[in-house]
Structure formats: C-alpha cells, structure tokens
Design a protein around this ligand. Structure first.
Ligand code: PEP
Ligand code: MG
Length: 589
C-alpha cells in the first residue's frame, strides 16, 4: 500500500489542546526534529585562534539567517510576529553563553562545536527545569538557535519545513518557531504536535498564519500509520484519525457554519457594545506586552483592563529599572490614549520566579499559597517603589489605573497604598508630573478579600476579579494541575454567590467591578457575568468579537433573569448547560 492510499483502520478520536482555530483534513507528513550530530575531536594549540574565529563567523552567519527569517515573517505576517525572533537574536548576543563556550574550549581543547553544544545543552536543561511555561519556552528558543549555529559550524543546512511535496497535515513531536515561520503555508494544511502549549511561539505563528493547530496530543507521532488521513479540529482541540464518511459530512457543515459565524463576529466587533435593550457595556483587553496596543485597537477594545507587568521582569537578566518600566508603560498608555490602561503591579513569585533573581524566591512546598505578588512587593519596598514610581510617571501621558494582585483584605490594601503615597510625595518633591487622581483598585482573587469586599471597597476606586485564582482558592483546585482540571468549575454555585456578593458590596460603596480572569473571555459566561451585575469584562483581544456579538444579541433583562435563575440552582454542570444554551442561541442566527 502506498503512503497515499487510504487504509481501512477505524476512526480514532484524540483529544489535545486547541491551539489555532479552524478545520483541516488530509494526508500527513511526519516531521522529526532531530538534533544535529556533533563530532568530537582535539584541536591543536596552534589552531586555537582559527577555531575561535570559526565560532565567531558561525554566530554572524546565524544572525544573518535569523534576520532574513525575521524580515520574511514581518513581510508575510507583520511586525509583531517577527518580534518572536528577537529572543533568538538575544541568544546569539548572550555574552555569558559565548564566554562559557570559550572557557569550555580552553579547558577541554576539543573542537568548538562540541564545546558550544555542551554549554547550550546545560542552558537548555536549566530553563526546561523551571516550573514556568514562559521560561521553559525560552529553553526552546535556545535549542532552536543553537541547532542553527551548530549546522553552520558543521557546514550543513538544517532540515526545514519550507518544501512540503504536496498539501499535508504536519505531524511532529514539537515544532520550533523558525520551523513554523519557514513553513510552506500553501502546503501545510494543519499542524498537530505531541507536546506544546497554547502559548508556545510556534503556536502563535500558526495562529497568525491561520493554520489550524492542535497541540499536547502526547503520543500521536507513535499512533499514525502509513495511509492514515487526519482531520484537525482546531476549535475543540481534536484530531480524528481516519474519519468516517459521516464525520466528514458533519465537519463539512461545521466548517461552513464557522466561516459564516466568524465573518459575522468580526463585523460585529466594529459596532458599539450595546445590548438589544440599549444598555452600553464595556469590553477591555488583557495584555502582556506594550507592543500589543495594535491588537487592542484592531479588536476595538475599550482600552486595557489588565496589563500583566510581570512579563517585563520574567525575561530580563536583572530587575527592570524605573526608566525601563516608565518607557514601556508610557508606550502603551500613549498608544491607547484617551482609552484607559489598567496596570497591575508585579505578580511574581510562587510558580513564577524570575530566573535572574532566584535568590529572592526560595523553593516552596505550596507556591500558590506562598510568597507571591503583593506579599513579595510589600516585603521588598525597594522593588515595589521602582514600579510604582514608573506607573505614576506614565500616568501623566494618558489614562492609567493601578491595581494590586492577590490582596487578601483591607490592611494589605492600606499598606500598599501607603507605599504609593510615599512614591507620590517623592515625585512631587522631585517636580515630576503624574495623575494626582490616579484610580487605584484591588484585584479580588482570594476568598478573604471577596468575603470582606465591604471593608475593602472603602480603600479602593474599583475591583477587578481575577477568576483564575479566585476559583482555584474557592474550590481548592490547583489551576495548573491537569489531574484535577475537570474539577475546576466556573459555574460552581460558590463562584456565582461570591461574584454576586462582590458586585453587591462594590456597588453599595459606589465602585465598579471588572472581571479579568479567563472566565470573562469565554462567550458562555458573557451574559451570566453582566447579568450578575459586573460592570466590565477584560479578555485576550481575539475573544472580544464573540463577547460583543452575544451582548449585541441579548437583552440585559434576559441576562439578569439568566443570572437569577443560575443563582437559584445547585448544580454546576446544569448551570453551565443553561449558560451554554443562552450563548448558543445568541451566536447562531
Ligand atoms: C486571575 O487570577 O484571574 C488573573 C487575571 O491573574 P493571573 O491569571 O495573572 O493570575
Ligand atoms: Mg491571578
């Protein structure tokens, strides 16, 4: 049987993680990313200078190659996608990596590629051992670029995905960002991988190229056999091996519906966020980096409801200075003015330590109950004040709101505000301008803060509910433990009652409530949250069209009724079904 002939194996459905939306169907191509084999040999003393020169030349060549990829990606996909390769250029300029390679060379006297390979492997292993997805992916960047350097040192061209023979679904253990960027777009129907996460850079590239992708399939590469055909459902994160005729028919219908729906959603995102009975609502964006301002505007978000500033710190070699932070915040604030930007102070620690500052975050048995966020900041006023001063100074350039993560109650809020007042006094004395009336809010992520919302409200200008953490603490479900992920229920009656309590107490004190956890971006919960009285939702920008579409097709009176009914129910799955049905009716014509 040729590889192209369909075989008679039965249909097999595999669940992975949805990484890029869309449906693809066709034969597959297994891409095996193998490490370049590196020979080891001794180098005479007399050849040492030439060996070092060879290394320097390979770094220069690699740099040129990466820059070429960057300019192609920029041309085809845009500037933001091209920025992904900044991390690769940084690896090539990493003085510690270069110096360590040269030290290894002096010590071992073996060829430079062996030395570079040893050092790069140590770096990769160190990054991969860190319990943080973002930093683990930096390990992937080093691996990707190190393979290029080695291929150049050995005079080989590395295997790339740029020339697929015909239209195929790419099946791989993992795909590096440069592989994804050099992908033959006209031939790659879809991408499916054993490993990977929603936030890996390769997935970001796939998403921006609109190639359907499913990741985290564990051992798919071991399951496919010659002759298999694959259906990729990037909406639900499914891969169906050898789909039956009826499945193909069903997916044909789904694909037509989705296309019409996506078009309608995008059109709706350009219209005002107003319900059928005339109630205007606010949808804001969650961002991680200042250069996401373009995305915020593309999706017509009403400014930023959550700027997670820790990403400025996570990738850095040292704590970012006041000037560095000020310029990052100012960039975002100016780009979006007069729309507001809600800057959240550092949420580091626990499961998000900074590699360069490991000494500040000793290993803990219960990181989510540990030394993180505001607890760390109040313990390190030196670090906290640098950030607060930078945020205050940025507030002179547009509309800035400030909020603290992981506040447990009124006293902690007061302590944080005292540090803020100190910073204001310092800036006044230095003659530096800032918004004297800057709004300051508390995130509500800890049950104790929710239960004492009445006390806390008097110290705040607004609340922003972080449902990711609030649900984790209310239900005692570690949010990153996939063995208990099914128990993580946003519609648990305790969650609904808590949200309602927060809203009632906030409104009694005359302040607004935003929700910025993942629950806010799930269209199933748009009506429920607004019906519970929440004033604003903040979500990752591409989710805004669906939320806007729903609220433009619902009446506020119906959303309130939905919330009342849900509050009177006792079963999380039934409340979920009720909300899903409400959303489905508004999403389909
Ligand atoms: C949350 O907990 O819901 C939240 C928005 O914060 P993070 O996901 O960054 O912890
Ligand atoms: Mg949180």
């Amino acid at each position: 049987m040729s590889e192209f002939e369909a075989n008679s194996r039965p249909e097999l459905v595999l669940q992975g993680i949805s990484a890029s939306q869309g449906i693809a169907y066709g034969p597959y191509f297994v891409y095996i990313q193998t490490d370049v084999e590196v020979p080891e040999y001794r180098v005479e003393k007399s050849r040492h200078a030439a060996e070092v020169a060879r290394f320097e030349q390979a770094l220069v060549t690699t740099r040129q190659q990466v820059q070429k990829i960057m300019s192609e990606v920029e041309k085809n996909l845009g500037e933001q996608e091209a920025r992904i390769f900044d991390a690769h250029l940084l690896v090539l300029e990493d003085q510690a990596l270069i110096a360590e390679t040269l030290r290894e060379f002096e010590k071992s006297q073996v060829n430079i590629e062996t030395c570079f390979n040893r050092v790069a492997k140590r770096y990769i292993a160190a990054f991969e051992a860190i319990d943080d997805e973002y930093l683990r992916e930096r390990g992937g960047d080093i691996r990707d670029v190190a393979q290029r350097v080695l291929a150049n040192l050995l005079g080989r061209t590395s295997q790339r995905l740029s020339k697929l023979a015909d239209k195929r679904i790419v099946v791989a253990n993992d795909i590096s960002p440069s592989d994804a960027a050099s992908l033959d777009r006209s031939a790659a129907l879809g991408i499916v991988t054993d490993s990977g996460s929603k936030t890996s850079h390769a997935v970001i590239v796939a998403r921006s190229m609109k190639i359907p992708a499913v990741v985290g399939l564990r051992d798919l590469t071991g399951k496919v056999q010659p002759g298999d055909t694959l259906l990729v459902d990037g909406y639900e994160g499914l891969v169906i091996l050898n789909p039956a005729e009826t499945t193909l028919f069903r997916y044909g219908q789904i694909q037509r519906q989705k296309r019409t729906q996506e078009q309608r959603l995008l059109e709706a995102s350009r219209l005002p966020a107003i319900t059928l009975d005339g109630v205007p609502l606010t949808l804001r964006a969650n961002v991680e980096k200042p250069d996401e301002a373009g995305l915020v505007k593309d999706y017509n978000a009403d400014g930023v409801g959550l700027y997670r500033t820790e990403f400025l710190y996570l990738g850095a070699d040292a704590m970012p200075t006041e000037e560095e932070q000020y310029s990052a915040y100012r960039e975002l604030v100016q780009a979006l003015a007069p729309a507001p930007v809600t800057i959240r102070t550092l949420d580091l620690g626990g499961d998000k330590p900074i590699a360069s500052q490991a000494h500040l975050f000793p290993k803990e048995d219960n990181p989510f109950l540990g030394y993180r966020a505001i607890r760390f900041c109040l313990d390190h006023p030196d670090v906290f004040k640098v950030q607060l001063r930078a945020v205050l100074r940025a507030s002179a350039h547009g509309k800035v709101l400030l909020m603290y993560p992981m506040i447990s109650g009124r006293d902690e809020m007061r302590r944080a505000n005292l540090v803020l007042e100190e910073c204001k006094a310092e800036l006044r004395a230095e003659g530096k301008v800032f918004d004297e009336r800057i709004a300051v809010g508390s995130m509500i992520e800890i049950p104790s803060a929710a239960m004492t919302a009445d006390l806390l409200a008097h110290e705040c200008d607004f609340f922003s509910v972080g449902t990711n953490d609030l649900i984790q603490y209310l239900l005692a479900i570690d949010r990153v433990n996939d063995r208990i992920a099914h128990l993580y229920e946003p519609t648990h009656p305790s969650v609904l009652r808590t949200l309602r309590h927060i809203v009632v107490e906030a409104h009694r004190a005359g302040i607004k409530v935003s929700v910025c956890g993942e629950m806010a971006g799930d269209p199933i919960f748009t009506a429920l949250l607004f019906g519970l009285g929440v004033d604003e939702l903040s979500m990752t920008p591409p989710l805004i069209p669906a939320a806007k579409f729903i609220l433009r097709n619902m009446k506020m009176t119906d959303a309130k009724l939905l919330a009342q009914t849900a509050l009177a129910m006792d079963s999380a799955p039934l409340i979920h079904s009720l909300c899903a049905e409400f959303a489905a009716k508004r999403l389909t014509p």
